[in-house]
Design a protein around this ligand. Structure first.
Ligand code: HT7
Ligand code: ZN
Length: 854
C-alpha cells in the first residue's frame, strides 16, 4: 500500500466553492448527481482530479455539455479543463444496502445515513475528498415517502414537496463552507425529541434528537446534555452556535462513537439512548461527554478544520480537552481527572510503548482510519492541557480567542494553534513542540534528599523518553510538573504548590528552610502525561494517600502503593498486603471525602496496568497476586465493606454526582465483599440484581455473580439475557461482561459466545462487546495455549471482509507480543503472520498487522 507523508502536502490544484448534490435515494441503487463549481487554485495547469471509490460513473458534463475525455486513474476521475473556472457535473450510482464498511452512504436498520470522515465522501460521489477543500453545499433528496418520511442534511431546511409517484423531496442548504468529510444525509422513519436553545446573542436554535419511535423515551438525557454543552461553550470559550437548527440522529450500526457533521450530528445509538433501566451511570456520563464533544466540534473542527489529516489532533485533541473540562464542571473535577488518567494509562500509554506508537502529529500513514487513536485524541488533549497549565487561565483564553478570530473559516495546522498560544502569552513554546513530533511516554525519575541539620531538601529530576518505531533517539521534553513538599512528622505543607518546567534531561531543585523530613507530592493533577519513578517508601505513599491536599496526588499515592505491592507479589511472591489494607482503611474512614473519590481510590490497578510495570508480563502470576490482595482487602475490612454497602443504599433512582458516588462506592463494597469469600455474598448480589431499579446496580450485581462460582451465576446471566432480549445495547453488556470475566473458563466461554445466535460481526458495537473486550482481558486472552490469539485472528479475518476499519481497531492486543514470554510471543507472531498472508486483506488490517510484526 501507498504511504502518505506529511512533508508531501501541496495545496489543492482546484477549489470547489459551490457543491450541489441531488440524491435519488434507494437502498439498492441510489443515483447521485453532483454539480461542482470549480476554480483553479494557483498556477497549476493540471486537470481536475476527483477522488472516488467503489462507484460507477454514469455521466460527466463540463459547463453543461457531456464530455468523454475523462479518464480513471485507479479510482481517481481525471477531467481535463481548459479554463480556470468551470461547472463540472457527475452522475454515479451506489448501493447503500451492500455497504458493510459503514463508510459513505449506508443502511442501518432501515435508515439511510452517511459517514464521511475521513475519506467516506468519495464513496458517495467524485470530489476532491480532502479537508482543505471547503465548499458551500446545497442538497436535494428524493425518496419513497412511506419508507423514508424524514429527510435531513446539513444546515437549514429550505424547501420540501410531495410527488404523485409516492416519493417526496427535501432541500437543505448549508451556508458555511465545509470540507467533504462533514457532509451528512439521513433518510428514514424517525421520531424526534425537540428542544430549543436561545444563544447569548438572542437567536433561537431548534434542536432535534431523531431516533426510532420506540427509543424516543430514552432521549431526554442527550437533549439536556446538548443544551448544557451549548451554554458551556458560550460561557467558557465565548463560542455561539451559528445555524437555526441542530439535529442529532442515532443509528445502531456505526464505526465510532459519533460524528460532528455540520448541523447534523450522527451518533452511535449507544451514545444517545439512556434510561435508568438500561443505562449505567457510566453510560449517562459517556453520553453527556460525547454529545458535548460533537457539539464542541462545531468550532474546533468545523468552523476551523484541519489542513490535512496529519493535523487531526488539532481538532480532536482540543475537542477532547474541551469535553473533559465540560464533564469536570458537571460534577467532581477530581474524579473526572482520575477517570481520564486511568483511560490514558489503559489505552494510550500501551500504544505509545508498542509497535503502533506514533507522534500526536504523525509523519506518515497508509490508512488514515488507523490514526483515530488514543494518541491523537487523548495524548493530544494532554498537550492542550499542558499548554493551558503553562499559560494559566487568562492567557489560555486569550490564546483560544485569538485562534478562533484568526482561523475561522480556514483549514489550519497544529503549528497555527501553538503559534496563537505563543502570541497571546508572549511565551516561547519552541521546545514544547517536541510533544507534537516525538512519540513515547517520558519517564521521569524523582529523588528527594534532605539534610536534616542544614534544613535543605534537594530534588533531583531526570527524564528519559524511550525509543519508538522510527525514533531511536529522543530529545528531552518540556514537562510542566506541579509539586509540593509535606512534612512527614506534622503532616503540614512545607512549601506552596510550584509549577516547574523541566526541559533538560536532568535538573536539581533546592528547597531551603525544610525543618522536618519532607515527603514529595509530584505531578499533582497529573500535570504532565509521564510515568513517574520515585523512591518514595510505602510509608510515604500511605502518608500522601491520607494527607495530600491534591485529590489526584492522593489517589496516585494509593495507586502507587498498590502497584508496588502487586509488582513485588508477582515477581517474588512477597506479601506486603498490610500496608495497603491500612491505607485503604484510612481512606474508608475519612468522613470528609467524596464517596465517588473513595470508590476510585480504593480500587486496585487493573491486571493490564500491573503488567505494564513489568519487564515481562506473566498474566497468571499477576492475576493470582491481584486476587490475593483483593481477598486480603475483602477479608480484613469485611465489616467496613458491609457497613458501606448498607449505608450507601438509596431509595429511588436519581442521576446526580452524589447519588452516583453512593452507587459507585456501594458496588465497590459489593466487589470486595465477594472477594472476602463471605458466605452471604451470592444471596446479597442476587437480591441486588433482582431488586435494582437501575442498570448501574443491576450490572454491578451481574458482574459480581458472573466473575465468581456462585450458585446464582447461571440464573443471573439467563435472567439478564431474557429481560433485555431485543435491546441490543443491553445485550452488548451481556456479551461484554462475559468477555471480561476473570474466571478460568473465560476464553472458552468467549469462543462459545461467538456462536451465539445474537452474535454478529456486522454490528460494530457487538463485535467490540465480545471480541474487543476479550482482547483487553489480559489473563483470558493470553492463555498459554494460544487459544485467545487464534480466536482473535479468526474473528479479525472474518470481520475484515465486512468492515476493515473496525477489524483494524481490534488488532492491537496481538501486537503486544514483545511484552510476553517467548512461547506466547511466538504464538502471537504466528497469528499476525497468518493475517498478513491473507489474500485480499484490507490496507487497514495490513498496516496494523505488518507494523505489529516489525
Ligand atoms: N471526528 C469523528 C471521527 C469519526 C470517524 C473516523 C473514522 C471512521 C468513522 C468515524 N466516525 C467518526 C468523531 C469524533 O472524534 O468526534
Ligand atoms: Zn472528535
Amino acid at each position: 500500500p501507498q504511504t502518505i507523508r506529511r512533508g508531501d502536502y501541496r495545496p489543492p490544484a482546484w477549489m470547489v466553492p459551490e457543491t450541489r448534490l441531488d440524491f435519488d435515494l434507494d437502498p439498492a441503487a441510489t443515483r447521485v448527481h453532483a454539480t461542482l463549481t470549480v476554480t483553479r487554485n494557483g498556477a497549476d495547469a493540471g486537470p481536475l482530479r476527483l477522488d472516488g471509490a467503489g462507484q460507477a460513473v454514469q455521466a460527466v458534463r463540463v459547463d453543461g455539455v457531456a464530455v468523454d475525455d475523462w479518464a480513471l486513474e485507479g479510482e481517481t476521475l481525471i477531467v481535463p479543463l481548459a479554463g480556470d473556472a468551470h461547472v463540472v457535473e457527475t452522475e454515479v450510482t451506489i448501493a447503500p444496502d451492500r455497504n458493510t464498511q459503514l463508510m459513505g452512504l449506508y443502511a442501518s436498520g432501515g435508515i439511510l445515513c452517511t459517514q464521511c470522515e475521513a475519506e467516506g465522501f468519495r464513496r458517495i460521489t467524485y470530489f476532491p475528498d480532502r479537508p482543505d477543500v471547503l465548499s458551500r453545499y446545497s442538497v436535494r433528496m428524493t425518496a419513497d415517502r412511506a419508507r423514508y418520511p424524514v429527510l435531513l442534511s446539513n444546515g437549514d431546511p429550505v424547501a420540501s414537496g410531495v410527488q404523485d409517484d409516492g416519493r417526496h423531496w427535501a432541500e437543505w442548504n448549508d451556508p458555511f463552507p465545509k470540507p467533504s468529510y462533514l457532509f451528512a444525509l439521513v433518510a428514514g422513519e424517525l421520531a424526534v425529541n425537540r428542544g430549543s436553545f436561545t444563544t447569548q446573542s438572542g437567536r433561537a436554535v431548534e434542536l432535534g434528537i431523531w431516533v426510532r419511535a420506540t427509543d424516543l423515551p430514552r432521549t431526554d438525557h442527550a437533549l439536556h446534555a446538548l443544551k448544557l454543552s451549548m451554554a458551556w461553550d458560550e460561557r467558557v470559550y465565548g463560542r455561539e452556535y451559528d445555524l437555526d437548527v441542530f439535529n442529532i440522529v442515532a443509528v445502531d450500526d456505526f464505526n465510532f462513537g459519533a460524528m460532528e457533521n455540520k448541523g447534523l450530528n450522527i451518533f452511535n445509538s449507544r451514545y444517545i439512548l439512556a434510561d435508568p433501566d438500561t443505562a449505567t451511570d457510566y453510560d449517562y456520563d459517556a453520553i453527556a461527554a460525547v454529545v458535548a464533544h460533537e457539539y464542541f466540534h462545531n468550532w474546533t473542527g468545523n468552523r476551523i478544520t484541519c489542513r490535512d489529516w496529519f493535523q487531526l489532533s488539532l481538532k480532536e485533541g482540543f475537542t477532547v480537552y474541551r469535553d473533559q473540562s465540560f464533564s469536570a464542571d458537571q460534577g467532581s473535577a477530581a474524579v473526572k481527572r482520575i477517570e481520564d488518567v486511568r483511560g490514558l494509562r489503559a489505552s494510550q500509554f500501551p500504544e505509545d510503548a508498542g509497535p503502533l506508537a506514533h507522534p500526536v502529529r504523525p509523519e506518515a500513514y497508509q490508512e488514515i482510519n488507523n490514526f483515530y487513536t488514543a494518541t491523537i485524541y487523548n495524548k493530544g488533549a494532554e498537550l492542550i492541557r499542558m499548554m493551558a497549565t503553562i499559560l494559566g487561565p487568562t492567557d489560555f483564553r486569550a490564546a483560544t480567542d485569538l485562534y478562533f478570530r484568526e482561523f475561522d473559516g480556514t483549514a489550519a495546522t497544529c503549528e497555527d494553534f501553538v503559534r496563537c498560544m505563543e502570541r497571546a502569552s508572549g511565551r516561547d513554546l519552541s521546545r514544547f513542540r517536541l510533544w507534537y513530533s516525538q512519540a513515547g511516554t517520558p519517564r521521569l525519575s524523582a529523588s528527594l534528599l534532605h539534610s536534616a541539620g542544614g534544613g535543605r531538601a534537594t530534588l533531583r529530576l531526570a527524564q528519559h523518553v524511550p525509543a519508538t518505531p522510527g525514533q531511536p533517539i529522543k530529545a528531552p521534553m518540556v514537562l510542566p510538573l506541579k509539586l509540593r513538599l509535606f512534612g512527614a512528622e506534622t503532616g503540614r505543607p512545607l512549601t506552596e504548590e510550584r509549577l516547574v518546567l523541566l526541559d533538560e534531561a536532568d535538573e536539581t531543585l533546592v528547597f531551603e528552610a525544610v525543618t522536618e523530613r519532607p515527603v514529595l507530592s509530584i505531578n499533582r493533577g497529573f500535570s504532565a502525561p509521564v510515568v513517574v519513578e520515585s523512591d518514595r517508601s510505602a510509608a510515604d505513599l500511605a502518608f500522601l494517600s491520607a494527607q495530600d491536599d491534591d485529590p489526584f496526588a492522593r489517589y496516585e499515592a494509593m495507586q502507587q502503593l498498590m502497584l508496588d505491592t502487586l509488582v513485588a507479589a508477582t515477581i517474588s511472591g512477597e506479601d506486603r498486603h498490610q500496608a495497603v489494607v491500612d491505607a485503604v482503611a484510612n481512606t474508608l474512614d475519612d468522613p470528609e471525602l467524596d464517596r465517588a473519590f473513595v470508590a476510585e481510590a480504593v480500587l486496585l490497578p487493573s491486571e493490564a496496568f500491573v503488567g505494564d510495570q513489568l519487564a515481562e508480563v506473566d498474566p497468571e502470576a499477576i492475576h493470582q497476586a491481584r486476587e490475593a490482595l483483593r481477598r486480603a482487602l475483602g477479608g480484613a475490612l469485611h465489616d467496613r465493606w458491609a457497613h458501606l454497602y448498607a449505608a450507601n443504599a438509596q431509595g429511588g433512582y436519581v442521576y446526580s454526582p452524589e447519588a452516583k458516588g453512593k452507587r459507585r462506592l456501594r458496588n465497590v463494597a459489593l466487589g470486595y465483599l465477594a472477594a472476602s469469600g463471605a458466605p452471604e455474598v451470592g444471596a446479597l448480589a442476587w437480591r441486588q440484581f433482582e431488586a435494582a431499579d437501575n442498570m448501574t446496580d443491576r450490572q454491578a450485581a451481574l458482574n459480581t455473580l458472573a466473575n465468581g462460582d456462585f450458585a446464582e451465576r447461571p440464573a443471573a446471566l439467563d435472567a439478564f439475557y431474557r429481560r433485555y432480549a431485543g435491546n441490543s445495547l443491553v445485550i452488548d453488556k451481556w456479551f461484554q461482561t462475559q468477555a471480561l470475566s476473570t474466571r478460568d473458563d473465560a476464553a472458552d466461554a468467549v469462543v462459545a459466545l461467538a456462536r451465539h445466535p445474537d452474535f454478529t460481526l456486522a454490528n460494530p458495537n457487538r463485535a467490540r462487546a465480545l471480541v474487543g473486550a476479550f482482547g483487553v482481558n489480559q489473563r483470558a486472552f493470553n492463555r498459554a495455549d494460544g487459544a485467545g490469539y487464534r480466536f482473535l485472528a479468526d474473528q479479525l479475518l472474518q470481520l475484515d471482509r465486512l468492515n476493515p476499519q473496525t477489524a483494524a481497531k481490534l488488532l492491537p492486543p496481538l501486537g503486544r507480543w514483545r511484552r510476553f514470554d517467548a512461547p506466547r510471543a511466538a504464538l502471537m507472531r504466528a497469528e499476525l503472520e497468518r493475517i498478513v498472508a491473507q489474500p485480499g486483506l484490507s490496507k487497514d488490517l495490513f498496516e496494523q498487522a505488518s507494523k505489529s510484526l516489525a
